[in-house]
Design a protein around this ligand. Structure first.
Ligand code: PLP
Length: 308
């Protein structure tokens, strides 16, 4: 593999609307509705040890999100896969955070300011791997709060369409910092748990793994948790989860692309499983990384020359 440490691609590679460039040079036009109206959808796939994880699942979800928002870029799914590979290849990264966005674009010159008059386009990039929750925090278990903002209603913004409507989650992250916690989860107006700042939420209740069936992104890592529960003979259930149930759970863990399965040891200052990651969370987490190491759902990156 080419050593890119001293090239302009060392901190990542990007693609915007037909052109590849170093990530440091990637720019979005200031008049783009993707920027001015959050009129955009996106997805993020991980590369670990030189392989994408569940690449086709991420591209399929990205396509569903684009269709839901009536975004229709020129690139088909195969081309998007090739673009993502090229971003990783240019960066030379073995562990990467790889994003794909579809932006509404700008109205054509002389046309009225309406989303239907815009030419939609793809932007993508690969940068060094990002942890939503650092390995050190994962080792002691994350400290979670239920933050005061409610998640934007799902009838306003469909949470199954991956989106940039993060005003509520961002305020929740500040509140978590103020309360000495690592991260936050938000409730809906009925007091049900939705999701957190970049992750799905799970409770272990009576030995079963339970996760909200509404108000949340249908996480690709969540689908992996369901598979792993099958492997381990654990009951897995998607259903409404109340705040009270979450606070009273035997264990809590979180899941996301940029972190995998991440144990929680405190919620709102309630200490879980002796202030450590719980046993069910650890079994799932260990199996997740063991199977990843064996090539589970892996698509090797084509670096274009022999691996190092
Ligand atoms: N929920 C939100 C709001 C997210 O941003 C993410 C990931 O970024 C997730 C859930 C987890 O989804 P996935 O496992 O597909 O990364």
């Amino acid at each position: 593999m080419t050593d890119t440490r001293d090239t302009p691609f060392a901190d990542g590679a990007a693609y915007i609307d037909g052109a590849f460039m170093p990530v440091r040079d990637a720019r979005i036009p200031i008049t783009d509705w993707g920027y001015r109206r959050s009129d955009v959808t996106y997805d993020v796939v991980g590369v670990w040890n030189g392989s994408f994880f569940r690449l086709d699942d991420h591209i399929a979800r990205f396509r569903r999100s684009m269709q839901a928002l009536r975004l229709d870029p020129a690139e088909d799914d195969a081309r998007i896969g090739a673009i993502l590979n090229e971003c990783v290849r240019l960066s030379g990264l073995r562990n990467a955070y790889v994003a794909m966005d579809c932006l509404r674009g700008r109205p054509l010159p002389g046309q009225r300011f309406h989303p239907a008059s815009c030419r939609n386009y793809i932007a993508a990039f690969a940068i060094p791997w990002v942890w939503v929750i650092s390995p050190e925090v994962q080792a002691r278990g994350a400290h979670l709060i239920i933050a005061s903002p409610l998640r934007i209603p799902d009838r306003s913004v469909d949470p199954t369409v991956k989106n940039f409507h993060w005003g509520d989650l961002t305020q929740g992250l500040f509140e978590a910092g103020d309360r000495g916690a690592d991260t936050c989860v938000l409730l809906d107006a009925d007091g049900h748990v939705t999701e957190g700042a970049g992750f799905n939420v799970f409770a272990v209740i009576g030995g079963a793994v339970v996760t909200p069936d509404r108000g949340a992104l249908e996480g690709i890592t969540r689908a992996s948790v369901a598979e792993l529960c099958g492997d381990l003979g654990l009951e897995y259930c998607e259903r409404p989860v109340t705040a009270q149930e979450l606070r009273g759970a035997e264990e809590i863990f979180l899941s996301t692309t940029a972190g995998g399965i991440m144990p929680v040891s405190r919620i709102d200052n309630i200490v879980l499983s002796d202030d450590r990651p719980g046993p069910v969370s650890m079994r799932l987490r260990d199996l997740f990384w063991a199977k990843r190491a064996q090539g589970w759902h892996a698509t090797p990156v084509d670096y274009g020359d022999a691996a190092p």
